[in-house]
Design a binder for this molecule. Structure first.
Ligand code: ATP
Length: 215
C-alpha cells in the first residue's frame, strides 16, 4: 500500500524533525513523550503534532503520551515506504539560505532534510531544517541515508567537502560553487553557476539582440 497518498506534504516534511528528536530521546533513555514536550522541542504546536501523528494512526494515550520506541520504528518505516529523497545542504550563506526557504516545494518527494555549516546558525532549525555543525556531516549523512548534496560553500572549501561527502556515501552533488570539483567514477556532479548563466544571457542580449528580437 502506498501510504504517501494519505499523508499531507507538510506533515511528511515535519517527519525528519520528529524522527531526529525522537532518536535523541531514545539515546537519552527516554521512553515516552507528550505532544506538549514535543511541541516545546520542535517549535511545532501541539495540535499540529497530534494531527500529524493521527495520520500515522499513532499511537498516543491520554495521560501517557507517545511511546518513543514505537514512534521511532513507525517513522523509520514511513520514511522508507514513502521513499522521500532526503538532500543535504552544505553552507547556509545567502544562497544556501534561499534554497532552504525554497526547499523544492513543488516536489512532494524531495526536500532538504539536513543542512551544515561551520558557523552560521549551527544548532538551529531554519525553515524546518536542522542545521548541523560540519563535524556531524558524515554521521548525519549516514544516519539519514542521504545520497544527494547541494554545495553552497565558498569555492575554497568545495573540494574538501566534496571528498568528505563522497566518502560518506553521497552519489550526487549539485554544485553551486564556481569550482569544478573532482569526484570518483559513479558520483555525478551537476554544476549550477548562476553568475555564468546570467553572463551568458547578457552576452546574447548584447550581441544578438537584433536576431533574438527579430528586428
Ligand atoms: P553565498 O555564497 O551563498 O551568497 P555568503 O556570501 O553569505 O554565501 P560564503 O562566504 O559564500 O557566504 O559562505 C557560504 C556559507 O558557507 C557561509 O554560511 C559559511 O559559514 C559557510 N562555510 C564556509 N566555509 C565552510 C566550510 N568549510 N564548511 C561548511 N560551511 C562553510
Amino acid at each position: 500500500m502506498n501510504e504517501q497518498a494519505q499523508i499531507p506534504r507538510a506533515t511528511a516534511k515535519r517527519l525528519p524533525i520528529y524522527y531526529r528528536y525522537l532518536t535523541f530521546l531514545e539515546d537519552a533513555g527516554t521512553n515516552r513523550i507528550s505532544s506538549a514536550e514535543l511541541a516545546e522541542a520542535t517549535k511545532f504546536d501541539a495540535a499540529t503534532i497530534r494531527r500529524d501523528f493521527s495520520y500515522f494512526g499513532a499511537l498516543g494515550k491520554r495521560g501517557y503520551g507517545y511511546d518513543v520506541k514505537a514512534l521511532l520504528s513507525f517513522f523509520a518505516k514511513v520514511l522508507d515506504q514513502n521513499s522521500l529523497i532526503n538532500v543535504a545542504l552544505i553552507g547556509v550563506g545567502n544562497l544556501g539560505h534561499a534554497l532552504l526557504n525554497f526547499n523544492f516545494h513543488q516536489s512532494s518527494n524531495m526536500r532538504i532534510a539536513a543542512a551544515f555549516d561551520i558557523n552560521e546558525h549551527r544548532g538551529k532549525i531554519l525553515s524546518g531544517v536542522p542545521i548541523y555543525d560540519m563535524s556531524e556531516l558524515e554521521e548525519q549523512i549516514k544516519a539519514q541515508r542521504i545520497n544527494i548534496a547541494i554545495l553552497t560553500v565558498p569555492q575554497e572549501a568545495a573540494q574538501d567537502i566534496t571528498d568528505r561527502l563522497v566518502k560518506a556515501g553521497v552519489k550526487g552533488i549539485m554544485n553551486f560553487t564556481p569550482l569544478r570539483v573532482s569526484v570518483p567514477k559513479g558520483v555525478r556532479v551537476q554544476n549550477v553557476d548562476l553568475t555564468n548563466e546570467l553572463q551568458t544571457l547578457v552576452y546574447f542580449i548584447q550581441n544578438y539582440a537584433s536576431i533574438t528580437t527579430g528586428k
